[in-house]
Each structure stands twice: as C-alpha cells, then as structure tokens.
Design a binder for this molecule. Structure first.
Ligand code: ATP
Ligand code: MG
Length: 150
C-alpha cells in the first residue's frame, strides 16, 4: 500500500496535483474520488485531461447526467457521479458499466461519490483512492492518495 498526501491552496493547484497523480498512476484503470460537496472532485478530473489527451473544456460535472464519456488521444475517460444514485438497482447497473469499462482497455474511469460503492467489489482491480478534505483556511484542500496494490 502506498499513500501520498498533498495540500492544495487553489483550484489551479488541485488540477496540477491531479495531473501529477494521473501521470504517475496512468496504468491504473479506476480512480475512486471521495469528498464532500464542492470539495473539488470534478476539478480533479478536469486536471487529468492533458494526461489522457482530452480537451479540458469537455470535462464537466456529471451530477445530472450520471455518466459522461470523453474521447482522449491517449485514453478515453468514463466519468461517473453517484451523488444522485440511491436505488440498489441503479447502483447495480452502474457497477456493470464500470466493469465493462475496466475490461475495455481504452478507458480510464473516474467515480465521484465513491462512498456509495462497496469497495470490496474492486479489491482485485487496479484502482486508486483519492480523498479530498476541505480545510479550514479558504481554498485549502488536503488530497490524500491511497494505492492499495502498490
Ligand atoms: N484548492 C481547491 N481545490 C479545488 N477546488 C477548490 C479549491 N479552492 C476552492 N475551490 C472551489 O471548490 C469548488 C470545487 O468544485 P467541484 O465541482 O470540483 O466539487 P465536487 O467535489 O465535484 O462537488 P460535487 O460533490 O457537487 O460534485 C469550485 O468552485 C472551486 O473553485
Ligand atoms: Mg463533482
């Protein structure tokens, strides 16, 4: 298990940290994002855009669409937001979608509100955990990366 902690002092810094993390762990398939409303999960995904060759502007919040896919020159991104998902049935459909994308070699998957998933489902997959905490000082975030299988 490997753990890394970053402090971000601005939205720009969060994007830079995201880009560093994604390049370092670019072979990982599943990026699980944890953190309260407005902590910076979507911003983090925006920050990984250049690593996978996706135009940053295309990355927007999937809170209402639930799933968005972006074509990238390096890898495509599947961007999932579970915030509005409550029914077991819907969660099951999304789990299947995630598995399908994992087995498809050309995708990297980012999941916001990963609290809603049972992490045991993924224990054999190559995933990383990103926890974003809002700190007391304005615009400060702690970003903790856990890589279970490293
Ligand atoms: N250091 C920082 N890192 C990230 N975001 C920051 C930071 N400082 C301030 N912010 C602000 O916090 C907000 C983060 O929004 P973002 O949509 O990325 O959050 P989110 O975690 O995806 O929220 P949601 O749970 O609603 O999906 C933005 O308005 C951003 O400008
Ligand atoms: Mg979001």
């Amino acid at each position: 298990m490997e753990k890394l902690t970053f402090i971000s002092r601005s939205p720009e810094e969060t994007k830079e940290i995201a880009s560093t993390v994604a390049s370092r762990f670019r072979e990982k398939k599943l990026f699980l994002l944890f953190g309260e409303l407005g902590s910076g999960k979507t911003l983090f995904v925006k920050g990984v855009s250049k690593v996978f060759g996706v135009p940053e502007d295309e990355i927007t919040s999937p809170t209402f669409s639930i799933i968005q896919e972006y074509y990238g020159e390096e890898k495509n991104i599947a961007h999932v937001d579970l915030y509005r998902i409550d029914r077991e049935e819907d969660l099951g459909d999304i789990l299947n979608y995630i598995y399908e994308k994992i087995s498809h070699g050309d995708y990297v998957i980012f999941v916001e509100w990963a609290e809603k998933l049972d992490i045991n489902h993924y224990k054999d997959e190559s995933y990383i955990i990103i926890k974003i905490r809002v700190l007391e000082r304005d615009n400060e975030r702690e970003i903790e990366i856990t890589v279970p299988n490293n």
